[in-house]
Design a protein around this ligand. Sequence first.
Ligand SMILES: [Ca+2]
Length: 328
Amino acid sequence: MLLAQLPTIACALVATCISAVVAQQDDSKPEIKSIPLRTHSLTSPYLDSDLQSRWWDYGGDTLIRADKYIRLTADRPSQSGWIFSRVPLTATNWQVEVEFSINGQGSLFGDGFAMWVTKQRGQQGDVFGMQDKFEGLGIFFDTYKNNRPGVVFPYVMAMLGDGQKSYDKHHDGKANELAGCSARGMRNANFPTKARITYFAEKSLEVELMYKKEDEWTSCFQVSDVKLPSVTYLGFSGETGELSDNHDIIKVETKNLYSPSGSTGTQQKTNNNRNKNMPVKNKAGKSSSGGGGGGWGWFFLKLVLFGLMLVGAYVGFTLYRAKRRDRF
Ligand SMILES: [Ca+2]
């Protein structure tokens, strides 16, 4: 009886496995998962009982009000403050979501604040409070238009520093701009303003902003082939000149991004093997995955073969038993 059903069972098994393989292959966009990075996040009350932070250093005019904000600059002239992570950002791919507030009394105001993912940390200077000729990524939330005709301010822009290039302050960074967008309404908004920065190593950098209304994200820009130094710290800084504003960081949520199948690169990096598991975009624009290729497809193929082997063994055994029975 069971012997008669065997072909049906075998077919069902094979069909199930094949459909599983097909389903896996159809899923071309890899699923991205995330793990919060406590070491690079900031949330009220920001400080521990010793008025210190285990994971962050801060300096200059930065003032922390435990129930409210990290104030990089107050609404006073010639202020400059910063806060930087103590340990390097070890995720290969990451996302930083920062809630901030730029607010003040004046109808003329400036200069703005910056987010940094740089080799340097906490070195004061005149690029939104940090030193020029940095190495890595600077994202500038520029509220004062020095000289950029035809561009609406506030303006958000990214610059990749190589340790040599200068930030062109007199033209609001135009000379070395990677990408940027205008964000009118970002200052003195009556809801939480946010920025979300997503980086896939050597693949893409995206900046999204929330400044038009609450819970509405606007894409500022997305650029490809961005490569950051292997050791970087996450930081924020702000600066005022003759004109001023409060530049407040309210909350920072940093996540390590990874793909469970391993196709987007996972886990942590060390200085040397940072991108070992990354699909690297080659010049032809195709992705090639280093090692561990085919994963699920192979697994199901092996499963099918194993299933067929079991079915074969069972058929053989049943035939053998039937023959033995015939003999007696
Ligand atoms: Ca400016």
